[in-house]
Design a protein around this ligand. Structure first.
Ligand code: HEC
Ligand code: HEC
Ligand code: HEC
Length: 415
């Protein structure tokens, strides 16, 4: 795989020089845009700049947040107005090219862990508002932490080739056959909201596979114990393994309040909802919901059938440990536990999030967030890898659910 990556990247470097994809012109002078600090503050919330640029216990926007990727570890940078260690000396044009092309004023290429692949969809006026807002952030003199990426991914110039292959710098193009609301939702979901960063599968060079957009992704994040483990962002399309049962109101309620009839926010969505989508206006939350309900219904790959003896074993574990709250029908109860029938987390192509919930409990956000349900415990210490694999296989193939089996090895990998 490493060899293939080097060959492809080198080939692309050459073709990249020929193709010259640096096709983004400088923006108009800042004063010509209908932009404001207020608008920028809202956009920064929806873009969730703070979650990735504010380390736990660190100063706002001073960077240092750790990201673990299949290519190694990297850290976010200081985007405060500090001139020495932040971006205080950047002009609007500098900032614009970082957001559109993932490039710094000194010509250095930025890693796509900074979701410029999504932010490139933004209108120039919205980028101008973001710039005005970021310029109001108090300076913090905090040096960036050095990255620890594996060779050859540590060589930043190779990103030039990556971009030639995978990065589209074009602004969002409205679809004339759809409503204004749907288009607004598409703009927010694909652009600032960068939902695809976790909900779209990636190829072996870390680029989102657009044909499978929003059908579910996998990435590394912390679990309750603080360790980094795989998580699966669920299928957000209207497929029955995705959001089929969710109405537009359910989706908007979940994004704005962290709860709907179908789910209580937990795991990595805590930060997304608490720092970002909670601030969506009613109109924008409704637009994102309308968009998600209006994209093609899709599922990833073939689904293998589960072995009958595993299903029998899983049913026993379920009856003893889960059925009292999620009910024998899997339909759940408003107070005791959410429905597992039709659940997107249960049926995600990759079972990591389901396994994390069983092993570590749902990991709800901190107060003042209120949950009016009983709490689910951690089962990691009570159940063996075999038991968890069989109960996971059982819930994925019962109650009308149609997702593939889970192996004890997959459970072990999440511990
Ligand atoms: C998913 C995490 C993530 C989100 C969300 C995010 N960033 Fe970043 N950003 C990063 C990382 C990681 C880097 C460092 C990339 C590198 O070193 O190549 C970065 C780098 C940058 C840089 C380049 C700074 C420099 O000194 O090189 C700018 C500017 C920036 N981000 C602005 C923003 C803004 C504005 C937002 C919100 C609209 C935002 N970022 C949201 C992860 C994120
Ligand atoms: C940092 C990664 C990340 C980002 C960004 C992200 N999600 Fe998620 N999302 C997840 C993961 C992981 C899960 C499954 C586990 C969980 O709920 O934390 C999930 C679950 C969900 C669920 C299903 C909840 C349930 O319990 O069934 C919805 C709906 C959702 N995300 C919508 C969105 C939308 C809309 C966006 C963009 C605004 C978004 N997500 C951005 C990681 C992410
Ligand atoms: C004491 C009641 C209780 C028991 C027992 C219980 N759960 Fe839960 N479970 C919940 C509640 C409540 C939630 C919703 C999150 C919350 O509020 O804690 C939940 C959430 C979940 C979710 C996330 C669903 C989603 O879409 O967000 C899954 C998956 C799950 N439980 C599976 C199981 C499995 C499998 C077992 C048995 C090994 C189990 N639960 C045992 C109460 C329980």
């Amino acid at each position: 795989m490493l060899f293939a990556a080097i060959v492809i990247l080198c080939g692309a470097v050459l073709s990249g020089f020929v193709l010259q994809r640096d096709d983004v012109a400088d923006p108009a002078p800042l004063a010509q845009y209908a932009a404001s600090v207020e608008q920028g503050r809202y956009l920064a919330l929806i873009g969730n700049c703070a979650s990735c640029h504010t380390a736990p216990g660190g100063k706002p926007y001073a960077g240092g947040v750790e990201f673990q990727t299949p290519f190694g570890t990297l850290y976010s940078t200081n985007i405060t107005t500090d001139v020495e260690t932040g971006i205080g000396s950047w002009s609007f044009t500098d900032f614009y090219h970082a957001m559109k092309r993932g490039i710094r004023p000194d010509g250095v290429h930025l890693y796509p862990a900074f979701p410029y692949s999504a932010y490139a969809r933004l209108t120039d006026a919205d980028i101008a508002s973001l710039y005005l807002y970021i310029n109001t952030v108090a300076p913090q003199n905090v040096q960036a932490r050095p990255n620890a990426l594996h060779f050859p991914y540590s060589i930043r110039p190779l990103l030039y080739a990556w971009k030639a292959l995978f990065h589209d710098t074009a602004v969002y193009e409205p679809d004339a056959t759809r409503s204004a609301s749907w288009n607004r939702g598409a703009y927010l979901t694909q652009g600032l909201g960068h939902c695809g960063a976790c909900h779209t599968p990636r190829n072996f060079l870390g680029a989102e596979i657009q044909d499978l957009a929003l059908t579910g992704g996998v990435y590394l994040d912390r679990v309750k114990t603080g360790k980094f483990r795989a998580w699966s962002g669920v299928n957000l399309t209207p497929h029955h393994t995705g959001l089929a049962q969710w109405t537009e109101d359910d989706i908007a309620a979940y994004l704005q309040s962290g709860q709907s009839r179908h789910a209580v926010v937990h795991g990595p969505m805590n930060e997304v909802v608490m720092n970002s989508t909670r601030h969506l206006s009613d109109v924008d939350a409704g637009a994102m919901a309308a968009y998600l309900k209006g994209i093609p219904s899709q599922q990833q790959g073939n689904v293998a059938a589960a072995d009958p003896s595993t299903l029998d074993a899983g049913e026993i574990v379920y009856t003893v440990h889960c059925g009292s709250c999620h009910l024998p029908t899997g339909l759940g109860d408003e107070v005791l536990g959410v429905a597992l029938a039709g659940s997107a987390i249960v049926q995600a192509a990759n079972p990591s999030s389901l396994l994390n919930v069983i092993l570590y409990g749902p990991h709800l956000p901190a107060p003042p967030f209120v949950v009016n349900r009983t709490q689910m415990k951690m089962f990691g210490k009570r159940l063996s890898d075999e038991d968890i694999a069989s109960v996971a296989t059982y819930v994925r193939a019962s109650f009308g659910n149609t997702a593939g089996p889970v192996t004890p090895e997959q459970v072990y990998a999440q511990r």
